[in-house]
Design a protein around this ligand. Structure first.
Ligand code: SF4
Ligand code: SF4
Length: 348
């Protein structure tokens, strides 16, 4: 009887330790918190602006912050279509459109970095799953078949919005946005959050609880804005790359990845779910094994990623300001007429 040869034992690779400390997560958290604070300030200013008109000028006045239009993604998509089809910058809610352009550019060039570095909802989501992990010692992963099916939901929602905007002719978009509903759609959005009914409270509570247990529950399964950013990121020149010759197969990168990507088994991460958060790179112990890289395998340090995001955000918003396309200029009398009746306007 022939002797059976024992299976070959995979030689363990020697760890070449990384020199120096990784500061990518300090940098990313600073961006996240700064953007969250900016949004809290915008929300407060906008609330004061709305209250001034609701009370007929009897409360403190605040200037309407154009940044509030970042919370009107459908109006931004409509305005982007008007810009692309007519070549002219819309007069109502232009800031929302410029913010969308800045975030799309950041996601295209620097992976889905809007989600991982800027989005305030993504930041709150991240703190919720970190809270869950610190209380329970772990987060839960949805079984793969259900995870794949659920991830499709955000693309279905995005498809519905793109279809709705795509099927509207430019004159119909202009008529919609300049009508009473379109003018105060930001106020209606504020009212939605201010006067959250029982159903809204229950849905919010479910999403918050789910986000404590499952990493980025809202972003991963339901956010159509994130889905759009992910599609833009598919064409990104930047990728997380693993060098198998230097990797020691410890799988720390995969465990750290909030998008649950199998970083330890791939050479290049092309997924639309990768937010360029660099968590995987931060935990990798092996020198040169994992990095964010540009074409021709050039390493992109975290500070360059941060500088790129800041330059795109400030550059696009600054351009809109300098060219006079940042503010929605409506007379006070229009706001005085419409804001107190915002909830009476129904979707045309
Ligand atoms: S692969 Fe890395 S950069 Fe991409 S989402 Fe996962 S941890 Fe973040
Ligand atoms: S963290 Fe990932 S890339 Fe780095 S050594 Fe471990 S398995 Fe390899």
């Amino acid at each position: 009887m022939a002797a059976i040869a024992p299976p070959p034992i995979k030689a363990r690779k020697k760890l070449l330790k990384r020199a120096g400390k990784d500061h990518s997560q300090t940098l990313r958290r600073a961006f996240q918190l700064a953007f969250l604070a900016l949004n809290v300030w915008i929300g407060t200013e906008f609330y004061l602006f709305v209250r001034y008109y609701e009370t007929g000028g009897r409360s403190a006045y605040a200037v309407r912050p154009p940044g509030v239009e970042g919370w009107l993604p459908i109006a931004a998509l409509m305005n982007l279509k008007v810009l692309l089809m007519s070549g002219s910058v819309p007069a109502l809610h232009p800031a929302g459109m410029f913010l969308l352009i800045a975030f799309l550019a950041a996601s295209w060039i620097l992976r889905k970095s809007f989600c991982g570095w800027l989005c305030p909802v993504g930041t709150v989501s991240e703190y919720l799953w970190r809270l869950g992990r610190s209380i329970l010692g772990r987060n839960f992963r949805v079984p793969r078949p259900a995870d794949i099916a659920l991830r499709g939901l955000k693309y279905i929602l995005l498809g519905l919005f793109l279809y709705a905007v795509g099927s509207m002719p430019v004159p119909a978009i202009r008529a919609f946005l300049s009508g009473p509903y379109g003018v105060v759609d930001d106020v209606k959005m504020l009212n939605f959050f201010r006067f959250l009914g029982l159903t809204g409270c229950i849905i919010t509570a479910i999403l918050v609880i789910a986000s404590v247990f499952v990493q980025n529950f809202w972003c991963r399964y339901l956010c159509p804005y994130g889905a759009l950013m992910g599609l833009a990121a598919l064409a990104s020149p930047l990728r997380i790359r693993r060098d198998p010759s230097l990797c020691i197969d410890c799988a720390r990168c995969a465990k750290a990845c909030p998008a649950a990507l199998p970083v330890d088994r791939l050479v290049t991460i092309r997924s639309a779910e990768c937010t360029g958060c660099l968590e995987c790179v931060a935990v990798c112990p092996a020198a040169g094994a994992l990095c964010l890289s540009a074409p021709r395998a050039k390493r992109v340090p975290a500070w360059a990623m941060a500088a790129g995001i800041a330059a795109l955000f400030l550059g696009v918003c600054g351009y809109a300001r300098v060219t006079g396309h940042w503010h929605t200029n409506l007379p006070s009398s229009t706001y005085l007429d419409l804001i107190p009746h915002a909830n009476e306007f129904t979707h045309p």
